[in-house]
Design a protein around this ligand. Structure first.
Ligand SMILES: [Zn+2]
Ligand SMILES: [Zn+2]
Length: 223
């Protein structure tokens, strides 16, 4: 709280959507967030318009069984994510955590653990913080399951520079499962944005290979 007050003094918060002072996102911009309509997306990977026949899963199904997202990567949600992730504005963690927690509410009672997809060391250094962990914590509170650190990420190229095929290649085998003790059976995997799904797929594959029975994905946005 002290940290927030000091920050407020030095750099008062402004709405990520319209610059209005005093809000991370003002009520009006909050109401402009386009929400995922779960009846039109692929129930497995969350692909937009993939409800009947998903272009992604009909080619190569992802290894996780279900996806929930707040919405498509459009303003103002995309702006909030950019300010938080790339602007290093940690005051947005609570807002994004709340949005994501709300999106996964119906999974209450399902998972044994919530796992955050870890950022690469380079990305973490660039941002100065692990941006997925606060999101995982918010999801964990809502789902009444512990956050468990299970994934370590090896060296890999920044996905942003790569195309779809290169992303899949870059990601395969990128994650290793760490920690002793049995891997929880039902896991909710948390990440920020799903683009090709390659990152989540690789993370989920690693967890399944290590003994998890089912993995579901929770992301802020679909690109
Ligand atoms: Zn606003
Ligand atoms: Zn799909």
């Amino acid at each position: 709280m002290l940290r927030w007050s000091l920050l407020e003094l030095i750099a008062p918060i402004r709405c990520a959507g319209c610059d209005l002072p005093g809000h991370t996102l003002c009520p009006q911009c909050m109401s402009r967030i386009v929400r995922t309509d779960s009846s039109t997306v692929c129930p497995r990977c969350g692909e937009v318009d993939g409800a009947l026949r998903c272009p992604r899963c009909s080619q190569r199904p992802v290894s996780f069984s279900a996806t929930r997202s707040v919405g498509p990567l459009e303003t103002p949600l995309s702006r909030v994510i950019t300010v938080y992730k790339d602007g290093g504005e940690r005051r947005y963690a609570a807002l994004l955590g709340d949005l994501l927690a709300h999106a996964v509410e119906e999974w209450q009672g399902w998972p044994e653990a919530v796992v955050a997809v870890p950022p690469t060391r380079t990305a973490r250094r660039r941002r100065g913080f692990d941006h997925t962990l606060p999101l995982a914590r918010a999801v964990a509170v809502t789902l009444d399951a512990p956050v468990v650190t299970l994934l370590a990420v090896g060296a890999r190229r920044d996905q942003r520079d790569l195309g779809r095929v290169a992303r899949l290649e870059n990601m395969s085998g990128a994650f290793t499962v760490i920690g002793d003790g049995p891997v929880p059976r039902r896991i909710v995997l948390v990440d920020d944005v799903m683009t090709t799904g390659a990152t989540l797929d690789a993370a989920s594959e690693a967890l399944l290979a290590a003994g998890a029975e089912e993995v579901r994905a929770a992301v802020l946005a679909h690109a």
